[in-house]
Design a protein around this ligand. Structure first.
Ligand code: FAD
Ligand code: SF4
Length: 518
């Protein structure tokens, strides 16, 4: 007989880890199932060679194209805390307009079934839980907020402050990027975060990053009613004979098959793996996959149309923690372009060793000094354009049970315009004009890691059961006790980073579940 819980949460990343912490004080019996283990705290956490060149924390999975040809090793991370263990912790709210229809150059970004006002209190709760640093009132596109950021903005280092000043002189509106690091600049000797250069894309051995292990799962486990099973991979959800409720979660752990039952089951495995689990749970009552009579499970896989680019500063750029500035002046339109272009933000500072990891063949014979010189002068930007949902961009399950992905990029015109916009500004920003190289910051192949890092869609929520998998509370239209709480629920992805929205929505879903459990 299986063990019985009030709530089973599958996956402990931005969605599942946040939900666990929100549910924990209720006293309900909660089981967390996580396919990964604790991410080891070790010197390798901060080794560029280990992290970027050897891919020490990347899953060994192979994902396939539709023809079944293995086409990349996805840069996904299976650990307690999920992708947030390595994320850059830029914790943005979606813009208010992102919750409605937005017309882009290449198509429509569809509305969410809830409004920004519905989500606002949960954004505030998520910013509190994840101790976000930021400054309101600087970014003209920022949505209204019911509370200030819980912590002051992370200061710019001198070269980035200069960049901010130059942008302002040019009539733009640079802002302090919202940032989830446990940094106390007023009292550095007592700060957990040491403001190092190995944050974006690295795990933090100090546990100073606002990730879902540190601020989600660990605080949840302080409650005796919460149990975490690590190395426990959910492989199937089984239902009652009518197919209307999940009765058991089938789990593989240490080579054994185990079964767990819960009144409520929440899937939070990340966009590709949440779709995979539902598709793998097909049955007589759900022949196309669990909760999938709409044929929407797996569809509308999105990531950001992202470009990691490197400009060369005329003066050296000795910045250590670079991810402190953002620009949204081109979020909704740009000069001579009436459609949204996207968000500009900084990314982790280039290091010479990273280039070897990113382009091993091209850099193999380059002298170290040349790479070092580039890295010393590099100012690194992340350009993020909205990827539009397309039904044929989808995750399916191969006969071998592996994830298969069919994906064609969307919105390339807007992405190109954003790139050329930044390039046209370099001369006035103390950088070499017309030099804006693609950095391919987290990739070794021609599939950008963002394809996995910012993955979303696949189990969209909506009011209409014919076109969505989940209802507005993120409960499956067809399965009464099944919820999904991760980035897979996104009907559209906006152009800002997705984690805070996944966290806020998980708290919203948690409130709904608590109300239901009584
Ligand atoms: C390098 C990098 C940088 C990033 N930077 C940012 C940033 O600056 N800002 C931002 O907002 N976002 C950023 N992101 C993206 C952000 O981390 C993700 O959007 C977010 O973590 C997604 O949350 P999730 O809950 O959907 O999935 P995840 O956080 O990936 O969590 C899914 C969890 O489910 C587990 N799991 C999967 N399948 C199963 C199964 N079958 N059984 C049990 N457990 C399972 C996984 O191991 C994982 O722990 C970054 C990501 C990466 C990789
Ligand atoms: S900047 Fe702070 S949070 Fe990020 S890795 Fe360094 S110490 Fe950790």
């Amino acid at each position: 007989m299986s063990e019985h819980y009030d709530v089973i949460v599958i996956g402990t990343g931005a969605g599942g880890g946040t939900l666990a912490r929100h549910l924990a004080p209720s006293g309900k019996r909660i089981l967390l199932l996580e396919r990964g283990d604790w991410l080891p705290r070790e010197p390798g956490n901060w080794s560029t060679e280990d992290v970027f060149v050897k891919g020490r924390y990347i899953s060994p999975d192979s994902w396939y194209d539709v023809k079944g040809k293995a086409f990349f090793q996805p840069q996904v991370h299976y650990f307690v805390g999920g992708a947030t263990k390595l994320y850059g912790a830029a914790l943005y709210r979606m813009r208010e307009q992102d919750f409605g229809d937005i017309h882009h150059h290449d198509g429509l970004s569809p509305a969410w079934p809830i409004s920004y006002q519905d989500m606002e209190p949960y954004y505030t709760a998520a910013e509190t839980m994840y101790q976000v640093h930021g400054a309101r009132g600087e970014d003209p596109t920022e949505p209204s907020a019911s509370a200030p950021y819980p912590y002051p903005a992370v200061s710019h280092e001198p070269r980035i402050q200069q960049l901010s000043d130059d942008l302002e002189k040019g009539g733009y509106h640079p802002f302090h990027a919202p940032c989830g690091i446990l940094l106390n600049e007023a009292n550095r000797p007592y700060s957990i975060c040491v403001r190092c250069g190995d944050c974006d894309g690295f795990p933090c051995p100090l546990h100073a990053k606002s990730d879902a292990e540190v601020l989600g799962v660990r605080p949840a486990l302080e409650h005796a009613n919460v149990t975490l099973l690590r190395n426990a991979r959910a492989v199937k959800l089984e239902t009652n004979p009518a197919g209307t409720a999940v009765t058991e979660v089938v789990v593989e752990r240490d080579g054994e098959t185990e079964r767990y039952a819960g009144d409520i089951v929440v899937v939070s495995c990340g966009a590709a793996n949440s779709a995979k689990l539902l598709l793998a749970s097909a049955s007589d009552k759900h022949p196309a996959g669990l909760a999938n009579s709409s044929d929407q499970v797996g569809r509308n896989f999105m990531y950001h149309d992202s470009q990691a680019v490197l400009a060369l500063s005329k003066d050296p750029n000795p910045t250590v923690f670079q991810k402190t500035l953002g620009v949204n002046d081109f979020y909704f339109s740009g000069p001579d372009f009436d459609y949204p272009m996207g968000n500009i933000q900084m990314i982790g500072k280039s290091q010479a060793a990273m280039f070897r990891g990113e382009k091993p063949l091209e850099t193999k014979f380059a002298p170290n000094w040349a790479l070092r010189d580039v890295a010393e002068h590099a100012v690194d930007f992340w350009l993020s354009t909205e990827d539009l949902p397309q039904p044929d961009n989808r995750v399916t399950l191969g006969p071998d049970g592996n994830v298969h992905i069919l994906y064609t990029p969307s919105n390339p015109t807007a992405a190109k315009r954003l790139y050329h916009q930044l390039k046209s500004m370099l001369g006035s920003l103390g950088m070499h004009e017309n030099h804006l190289a693609h950095r391919f910051a987290y990739m070794k192949t021609d599939i950008p890691v963002a394809g996995c890092a910012h993955q979303a869609g696949t189990v969209r929520f909506g009011a209409d059961p014919a076109t969505s998998v989940l209802d507005p509370s993120c409960r499956a239209h067809e399965v009464d006790n099944l919820y999904v709480a991760d980035t897979s629920i996104f009907p559209s992805i906006s152009a800002v980073n997705p984690a805070l929205t996944a966290m806020a929505n998980a708290i919203r879903v948690g409130d709904h579940i608590l109300g239901r459990l009584g």
